[in-house]
Design a protein around this ligand. Structure first.
Ligand code: PLP
Length: 368
């Protein structure tokens, strides 16, 4: 019932913009986890590869396998790592796991021995986010042990930055200093990683020092940089539309929606829109959010229901059933992911994931 239009030209533009920012000596690892933040994974994977990305980043093995089934043969990094019992499949599908446990490294080494080939991995270090990664206390020991594993190829060293969207945060510098010490230790242990990477979108834009020789952009690829930047450097990729089901006049003093949280102050033309919180139209937008009908920004009235919500059509008096409604995107500030995020107390990332992965959404790609 909802339709998502994905503008591939905008996606390509965003990749090119990041390439220009980081320069020729830095490789791109486009992050397409969570259905490319709700934009559709295999299609955007292909688009990124056409522009020369040497590797793609997904979260889990469940996301990596469908890429192979879609005949995408490029290197794929499993950013969330693997559980030990998934090691066989990771190797079978030629997916590169991020490794942050010695146990997993040992299992992969064993599988590599059995198969007679080196298994590529990226080692991840926790330099201050307290999420995935070897702790600094175990770094030296772990690097020495993994360096000795004959069937493991440490292709990459990585960390993740907690506060990179804030260009003034001293935490990023602190984490990078710790990461530099890890890199030095890895070299002492005899490792020669092809890739060293730490930067997500915030760090790409704010901290040149974090680029090393590979960067991992996610949200900027989708046109919503987490950092305030001058001009329209990045373009919106996703536009979500739906349609008016019913248009009607209601008298003064009528309640609109569950709980009658909105009462008409006068007779009003309202529209019922197809799509609700089951589709990613957050219920926190009730009586707060706006959509666009016939080029006019119109407010949501009452609470958002599971399958529908109501809008005030006073400013779009010629609207009729079947007309298009822009919910998200479309070049309007009021329907931007950032605006939705502000109104619902979250970040653009969550807005895209929720609306883009709804079970009732139809995705189409334009400018292919
Ligand atoms: C999701 C993710 C990214 C991308 O982050 P953005 O802020 O969307 O650019 C980069 N690195 C890792 C490890 C991630 O999980």
């Amino acid at each position: 019932m909802l339709e998502t239009r994905i503008n591939l030209a905008a996606f390509r533009h965003n990749i090119q913009t990041i390439k220009n920012i980081v320069g020729k000596t830095v490789s791109l690892l486009p992050v397409i986890k969570a259905e490319a933040y709700g934009h559709g994974m295999p299609r955007l994977a292909r688009e990124a590869l056409k522009l020369g990305a040497p590797m793609l980043g997904v979260g889990t093995i469940e996301e990596g396998v469908p890429l192979r089934q879609n005949k995408i043969a490029a290197p794929v990094l499993l950013l969330d790592g693997i559980f030990p019992e998934q090691a066989e499949d990771a190797v079978k599908y030629h997916l590169t796991p991020v490794v942050f446990s010695l146990e997993t490294a040992k299992i992969l080494d064993k599988i590599g021995k059995k198969k007679g080939r080196k298994i590529s991995v990226h080692l991840k270090f926790d330099t201050g986010m307290s999420r995935l990664g070897f702790t600094l206390a175990e770094t030296k020991r772990v690097l020495a042990l993994i360096a000795k594993m004959k069937n493991i190829h440490v292709e990459g060293l990585m960390t993740h930055l907690a506060s990179s969207a804030d260009h003034q945060s001293p935490q990023t510098e602190h984490q990078l200093r710790r990461f530099d010490a890890v890199i030095a230790e890895a070299k002492r242990a005899g490792l020669k990683p092809t890739y060293i990477h730490s930067a997500n979108s915030g760090a790409i834009l704010n901290f040149k020092k974090s680029h090393y020789n590979m960067v991992r952009p996610g949200i900027t690829l989708y046109g919503a940089p987490p950092v305030e930047i001058e001009g329209n450097k990045f373009r919106e990729v996703m536009t979500v539309t739906s349609r008016l089901v019913i248009v009607k006049e209601i008298p003064q003093g009528e309640g609109v929606g569950y709980g009658a949280t909105y009462i008409t102050p006068r007779a009003k033309k309202i529209g019922v829109v197809m799509g609700g919180y089951a589709d990613g139209v957050n219920r926190l937008l009730s009586n707060k959010g706006s959509v666009v009908v016939k080029g006019k920004v119109v407010p949501i009235l009452g609470v958002v229901c599971m399958d529908n919500f109501m809008v005030d059509l006073s400013k779009a008096p010629t609207a009729k059933p079947g007309d298009d409604v822009i919910l998200l995107g479309g070049g309007h500030d009021e329907t931007s992911a950032e605006k939705w995020a502000e109104l619902t107390g979250t970040i653009s990332y969550e807005i895209f994931c929720r609306i883009g992965m709804g079970p009732r959404i139809k995705r189409t790609y334009v400018n292919g």
